[in-house]
Write a protein that binds this ligand. Structure first.
Ligand SMILES: [Fe+2]
Ligand SMILES: [Fe+2]
Length: 449
């Protein structure tokens, strides 16, 4: 039998007196508190990176930040796993302290991409300085399982700092004015950080005196409109009746290689999820673990598609590119955005991807075939994620709905958008998944390479 009560009692006893000797060592409960403090900072950082991705114009930077958003989420998971073993654990209702949220929002209310990267690098250094201090204090025998988790968190420390430093080293390298602004921004975030550190365990977050905001209209997180470099021509026609049927989108329209173009466009699926990841608060932590993985997978899908297009000798100006969601869209329609992606795009995509893999094998295009195979593995997990979290996300918008109802509702909305389906047919069609998919999406030219 578990004598948890006795143990919890022990945790509380003897904690009121100040003792120099006691302060040198961490009890299980102290360890848990230290890890929780780091966990909420990691989550705040990870969410803000996600929210900033659509505000960053350079494609490769979006991809890298998608990865880093996931890496910080993985750090949260490492901490969470250890906290679960320690007294008190973690509960679904637990959420980030207001002061952490407030401090990080202020430090990331940056005027542009470079200031954002300065904030990220600064916070990254501060975060790891706290890990270093904690590691120095952890008992290598008693607290070895905690050290093991932190070792995982340390793996990408150097690489991340190097990447951030490289982005910043020569920014505004010929501009006095630009350099002044960078220095001012760094000074500002240092002051916010000092206020956060001084009050991190304060009971009343509203009493903290923050420096006045330096920027009136920050460029992120969640920009009004998602950005993308001008070398990627934007798709501006009205949405086609069936996805990807507008032949002007791609020079590969009449080839099975269109599948590779479709993968490359999935940067916008990644951005949709990174925005939801940022915007939706107070969900259980496992929701963020699954959503971050889902988001990173979509950035990988775009990356694998883009890489293959370039290997095939294509250039990005031969295609048109879809835009990610803007601020209003995310705020008003996050449930629909999630449902459209998972219930329409992902659910209806399997057949097309399997047939593309077969065709690529037949044509001897091994790398494209394997690309589809890895994608299918990821997509199967994404469906599992949406079955688990879709209804929970709808609850956030005060809608109680089962997964089945959510899928049907999404299909009905999609069929209503199509002018070709008579109103009386819609409810029936929405229940028939294969037929519904033939309305939503089109087949590819599997016989042409
Ligand atoms: Fe995907
Ligand atoms: Fe997916």
């Amino acid at each position: 039998m578990r004598d948890e009560k006795d143990f919890e009692g022990l945790q509380q006893s003897m904690t009121t007196e100040h003792s120099f000797l006691k302060n040198r060592f961490l009890r299980p409960v102290d360890t848990s508190n230290e890890l929780k403090h780091l966990l909420w900072q990691e989550l705040a950082l990870s969410k803000l990176i996600g929210g900033w991705i659509p505000a960053i114009p350079v494609y490769e930077h979006k991809i890298e930040l998608g990865r880093l958003c996931y890496v910080h989420n993985r750090n949260v998971k490492c901490l969470y796993e250890r906290i679960e073993e320690l007294p008190g654990g973690m509960h679904d209702k637990d959420w980030m302290p207001d002061i952490t949220r407030e401090a990080f929002e202020r430090m990331f209310g940056a005027p542009d991409e470079h200031a954002f990267l300065i904030s990220y690098l600064y916070i990254h250094r501060q975060l790891y300085a706290q890990y270093d201090a904690l590691v120095a204090k952890l008992d290598p025998v008693l607290n070895a399982p905690t050290l093991d988790q932190i070792k995982i968190i340390f793996i990408e420390r150097e690489a991340t700092q190097r990447w951030l430093h490289e982005q910043l080293q020569f920014v505004h390298c010929s501009s006095e004015e630009g350099s002044r602004k960078l220095v001012e921004w760094e000074r500002y975030i240092k002051t916010v950080w000092a206020a956060f550190r001084a009050n991190a365990f304060a009971v009343d977050a509203s009493a903290v005196v923050w420096p006045a905001n330096l920027v009136k209209n920050p460029a992120g997180p969640l920009p009004e409109k998602a950005k993308l470099e001008s070398k990627y021509p934007r798709y501006t026609n009205p949405k086609p009746q069936q996805s990807y049927t507008d032949t002007s989108m791609s020079v590969l329209h009449d080839s099975v290689k269109q599948m590779i173009y479709i993968y490359a466009t999935e940067i916008f699926a990644g951005e949709t999820l990174s925005c939801i990841y940022y915007y939706v608060d107070r969900m259980p932590l496992p929701f963020y673990f699954d959503l971050a993985r889902h988001m990173w997978d979509e950035f990988r899908h775009s990356q694998m598609g883009m890489r293959r297009l370039l290997q095939m000798g294509h250039s990005v100006d031969q295609f048109q590119w879809l835009g990610g969601p803007g601020k209003q869209d995310v705020k008003e329609h996050f449930t629909e955005l999630y449902a459209n992606l998972t219930m329409l795009g992902e659910a209806c995509g399997f057949k097309k991807k399997r047939k593309s893999a077969e065709a690529f094998w037949k044509f001897g295009d091994v790398l494209s075939a394997i690309t589809c195979e890895f994608d299918l593995i990821d997509e199967r997990r994404h469906i599992d994620f949406s079955v688990r979290w879709g209804p929970e996300l709808f609850k956030k918008a005060d809608m109680i709905i089962t997964y089945q109802e959510m899928a049907e509702k999404t299909r009905i909305r999609r069929l209503t958008e199509l002018d070709s389906v008579p109103a009386e047919e819609i409810a029936k069609l929405a229940k028939n998944f294969p037929i519904f998919c033939s309305f939503h999406t089109s087949e590819l030219a599997y016989h042409n390479y």
